[in-house]
Ligand binder design. Structure first.
Ligand code: XAI
Ligand code: MG
Length: 556
């Protein structure tokens, strides 16, 4: 056992003295040491219940003969970090979570790990750590929040953000906004639409790293506690059989995850995180691959913000396995690959039928023949950009309009709220990329303002930053290369005509080669906005959005 190096032999007598200090018995020291990575804290609503999950996992591990040992991971609430400088510190925590988990695991020679994430960056951060460390690992998340209820209708956080836009446009009263404020987030858990946290928790199941229900069982259901106990017991099975993350997270598993992503209509952030996780597993996931999968995968779900169904509905309908079952009818998944259940995908999804065709469309009656996400390319984004196609209204699938250029999110918000953006405009927000921000801010405020002010069917937004899973409309993000490294998005000028064709996967602006060369010659790099601390180091190492914004030494 890996842990023998801290528990067995004469040289380890000092180590054992410290395990004694922890109150551990000799029996516990003799058993496999299972690290439980707890993302519990008191600021993230999606994490405030993780202490209960941790307790249940510990019980499961102990029941199956292991010694559970808890250590923490930090976690940011993107909702609370939204729309201010704090959002620069969100994506960047993904790397801190991965790195600190690596450090704790290596330092203490754990034999196996149970990862307990829930919100946006903890899921990919811990999946990255799992792929990097490659010791037996299983995931159990905290689970989604129940939907809120306003005026008898289910609702969620995306409507809350849009209510602010509606208020600014004079379309909603203060009392109504306050009612949303009180009611949209009624329980603990990750906010109840197909936002980033739930997208990533569902994809953990699709990747084979979490048990059935990991993505969908609501945080407040007792079934979530049972799932945690099962995960605790199952890690001991994985340890016995020596099934490791890279045995599970193969190229085929990532293809399955991308396929499920397209069917579920996941957050565009999945297009950052899946390549980053794959990179840790030694697999390079190109954006072109995502597009090829999107081209042949029907979109089956329209959860909020694309529609009016929520995670609790998806769970009732049969969850991720039921979606996979639909996809399997057209042979869209690799089903003979191993998962954390110790079984293949085929064995896992057998008999998991779709119980609600309103929530999971049958494959022969999909929302669209192609997937929820589209990757676009053209002179505005030579290395690609992404859009949640399933949340774009038909009128905006093809759009042409003048560029309205802003060099930061705040300036764009001021213009939108000030009524300076009109129907037809294409709002360009740049210098918000991984290096430029730094930290690639997630911009739910401008997209919600556009939607809430009734401009969703006439205004597009293009950025080298990123979006929330709660963003809808023609919100096109991750433009690569980003402005800060001199990408073409830095060369766009106010009034340039921009053409977007989402079904054709193209995005460009009208400019001659000569004019583009002239603008490039005149372009002067911006001074970094932040020159101290973690963000300075992050900006110096981060790659572009199309590479998953992974950190790399001495590379662009
Ligand atoms: C606040 C949200 C909704 O969680 C957002 O951060 C997302 O990415 O989906
Ligand atoms: Mg987010």
């Amino acid at each position: 056992m890996r842990s023998d190096s801290v528990t067995k032999g004469m040289q380890q007598a000092p180590h054992r003295s410290l395990f004694n200090a922890l109150g551990m018995t000799q029996e516990e020291m003799n058993r496999p040491l299972v690290g439980i990575v707890s993302s519990y804290n008191e600021i993230v609503p999606g994490h405030m219940n993780l202490d209960k999950i941790v307790d249940a996992v510990k019980l499961g591990v102990a029941m199956a003969g292991g010694t559970p040992i808890v250590f923490p991971a930090i976690a940011v609430c993107d909702g609370i970090a939204m729309g201010h400088q704090g959002m620069k510190y969100s994506l960047v925590t993904r790397e801190l979570i991965a790195d600190s988990t690596e450090a704790m695991t290596m330092a203490h020679a754990f034999d196996a790990l149970v990862m307990i994430p829930n919100c946006d960056k903890n899921v990919p951060g811990l999946l990255m750590a799992a792929a990097r460390l490659n010791i037996p690992t299983i995931f159990v998340s905290g689970g989604p929040m129940l939907a809120g209820r306003v005026k008898g209708e289910k609702t969620s956080l995306s409507s809350m953000f849009e209510a602010v836009g509606a208020y600014a446009a004079g379309n909603m009263s203060l009392e109504e906004v306050q009612e949303y404020e009180r009611k949209v987030c009624p329980t603990c858990g990750s906010c109840s639409g197909m936002y980033t946290a739930n997208s990533m928790n569902c994809l953990t199941e699709a990747l084979g790293m979490g048990l059935r229900g990991n993505g969908t069982i609501p945080a407040v259901y007792s079934a979530r506690i049972q799932l945690a106990k099962q995960a605790g017991m199952q890690i001991m099975e994985l340890l016995k059989k020596d099934i490791k993350p890279r045995d599970i997270m193969t190229k085929e598993a990532f293809m399955n995850a991308l396929t499920v992503d397209m069917a579920l209509g996941c957050s565009t952030n999945s297009m950052l995180h899946l390549p980053a996780i794959a990179h840790e597993a030694g697999i390079e996931l190109e954006m072109d691959v995502a597009n090829a999968i999107s081209a042949k995968t029907p979109n089956l779900c329209h959860l909020a913000p694309a529609g009016h169904t929520y995670m609790e509905d998806l769970d009732e309908a049969g969850g991720v396995y039921a979606v996979m079952n639909e996809l399997d009818k057209k042979g869209l998944l690799k089903i003979d690959i191993i998962t954390c259940t110790g079984k293949t995908v085929a064995e896992n999804i057998k008999g998991c039928i779709n119980k609600d065709p309103e929530v999971i469309r049958p494959i022969e009656n999909s929302y669209s023949e192609t997937g929820g996400i589209a990757v676009l390319k053209g002179n505005l984004a030579p290395d690609s950009c992404v859009v949640k196609r399933s949340a774009v209204v038909p009128e905006m699938m093809k759009h042409q309009g003048p560029a309205r250029v802003f060099d930061c999110e705040e300036d764009a918000i001021e213009a939108i709220k000030g009524g300076k953006i009109v129907a037809g405009d294409v709002v360009v927000i740049r210098y918000e990329g991984p290096k430029g921000g730094p930290g690639m801010r997630e911009m739910l405020n401008p997209t919600s303002a556009i939607a809430g002010m009734g401009l969703g069917s006439s205004v597009a937004l293009v950025t080298d930053g990123r979006f929330s899973g709660a963003s809808r409309g023609a919100s096109i993000g991750h433009v690569s290369p980003e402005a800060a490294v001199g990408g073409n998005i830095a060369l766009v000028e106010e009034g340039d005509m921009i053409q977007i064709d989402i079904m054709a996967n193209t995005i460009s602006f009208d400019i001659t080669e000569e004019e583009l060369a002239k603008r490039r010659a005149n372009w002067v790099p911006r001074q970094p906005r932040i020159t101290t601390g973690y963000l300075e180091r992050y900006a110096s190492l981060v790659t572009s959005g199309n590479r998953g914004a992974v950190l790399e030494v001495n590379k662009k």
